[in-house]
Design a protein around this ligand. Structure first.
Ligand code: UD1
Ligand code: UDP
Length: 371
């Protein structure tokens, strides 16, 4: 199937989608007519607008303004609002990225209308169906005509699920395209903290701090689990200061359960609203250690050569452990403390850059779609 002179409709909805779509739209721009649909799954300025500005993503042509809600409601509402958009625009291909509700919702509508679907970041599997993302990944891949993978394990997963080999294309990682395109523009941590009016420890922070992000429902939705994690973070902060940009899901859970106090009382924890992409790159690049349950951050730390302790029991991105700087530790306090001490004592894993994480993944996607 050739798409030359045809129309590609790109879909975004949540924070990690913006980072993935930026290099793809950059590569396709001028080669084929593009339409950008934003589902509105993420809507706070700090979760989306800022990323459009910093990454130079064009203004969305259409915003479905779905907002937050339960899974069924959110997925169904995106589908309802997306269907007439497909009818009006009649794209030749719908391109979705990642594993969020916006990804599956738009892929499902397109597939039912027999519009070809391209899935960027196909084939990643945690084999944990309690994660909503895992369900989105499996279903989106079943619906897709072009499956673009970031690591070789993804192809094995897809073949196991009966997907035809000719649909699978190992292209590398668009998240790392963005990282390479913006690393030199990253904002130094001192500036980020100054702008946030966080005065403490500014001088001492140079290369001697950890960055933390948390937003997985398994870690933040249950107040008892969240409290235990915060107490653990408090203990870690006695070893090394922690910068903690709060995801809105986490912020809401902290407020609702009266847990913000734990952070407020911890002098060595600097918690902030979500930071922009250039701020985050700067923070991670100079950190001694990153603690996270994010998918994308496991990959970015590997690309930056910064040790990453993943506060989950599994990963869908095994290359970051096998070749990169990632260690899957879970949230058991003893195990996390051992892992932190190890990084502080030895400097942690150095790793190497995985195959095809070379900043050219979007270019390969373009070549495949257009030829
Ligand atoms: C979503 C994705 C997750 C991804 C994450 C990236 C799904 C099922 N989950 O999780 O895979 O890792 O985005 O960040 O698609 N909220 C705001 N403002 C916003 C957005 C959200 O306040 O702009 C709050 C609302 O209280 C909302 C909650 O965050 O209920 C969760 O938002 P939602 O998009 O449902 O899921 P995420 O946890 O963001
Ligand atoms: N990120 C950011 N600011 C933050 C936290 C994360 O710019 O305050 C970036 C991060 O560097 C990565 C992406 O957001 O590029 C990851 O998104 P998130 O962790 O929300 O989602 P996931 O990757 O887990 O789906």
């Amino acid at each position: 199937m050739s798409l030359t002179n045809k129309k590609i409709m790109c879909i975004v909805g949540a924070r990690p989608n913006f980072i993935k779509i930026a290099p793809i739209m950059g590569a396709l721009n001028g080669a084929v007519p593009l339409t950008l649909v934003h589902t509105g799954q993420h809507y706070d300025s700090a979760m989306q607008e800022l990323f459009f500005q910093q990454l130079g993503i064009p203004k969305p042509d259409i915003n479905l303004e779905v907002g937050s809600g339960n899974h069924g409601w959110q997925t169904g509402t995106i589908m309802q609002r997306f269907e007439p958009i497909i009818d009006e625009n009649n794209p030749s291909l719908v391109l979705v990225v990642g594993d969020v509700n916006s990804t599956i919702a738009c892929a499902l509508v397109a597939a039912k209308k027999q519009i070809p679907v391209a899935h960027v970041e196909a084939g990643l599997r945690s084999f944990d169906r309690s994660m909503p993302e895992e369900i989105n990944r499996v279903l989106t891949d079943q619906l897709s005509d072009f499956l673009f993978t970031t690591e070789r394990s993804a192809k094995e997963n897809l073949l196991q699920e009966g997907i035809e080999e000719k649909r699978i294309h190992f292209v590398g990682n668009v998240m790392i395209d963005s990282l390479q395109n913006h690393r030199l523009k990253a904002i130094p941590p001192i500036e980020t903290l100054k702008n946030l009016n966080k005065k403490i420890l500014l001088k001492e922070l140079n290369k001697n701090y950890a960055v933390l992000t948390l937003h997985r429902p398994a870690n933040v939705d249950n107040p008892l689990v969240l409290r235990d994690i915060l107490l653990l973070v408090q203990s870690i902060s006695e070893q090394i200061p922690i910068i903690f940009p709060l995801h809105p899901r986490t912020n809401a859970a902290l407020k609702k359960n009266g847990l913000l106090e734990i952070l407020e009382q911890s002098l060595n924890i600097i918690f902030t609203p979500p930071v922009g992409y250039l701020e985050m790159l700067g923070l991670m690049d100079r950190a001694k250690l990153v603690l996270t349950d994010s998918g994308g951050i496991q990959e970015e730390t590997t690309a930056l050569g910064v040790p990453c302790i993943t506060l989950r029991d599994n990963t869908e991105r095994p290359i970051t452990v096998e070749e990169g700087t990632n260690t899957i530790v879970g949230t058991n306090p003893n195990q996390v403390m051992v892992a932190v001490h190890d990084v502080l004592a030895t400097g942690g894993k150095t790793g190497c850059i995985p195959e095809l994480w070379d900043g050219k993944a979007a270019f390969r996607i373009k070549e495949i779609l257009l030829n």
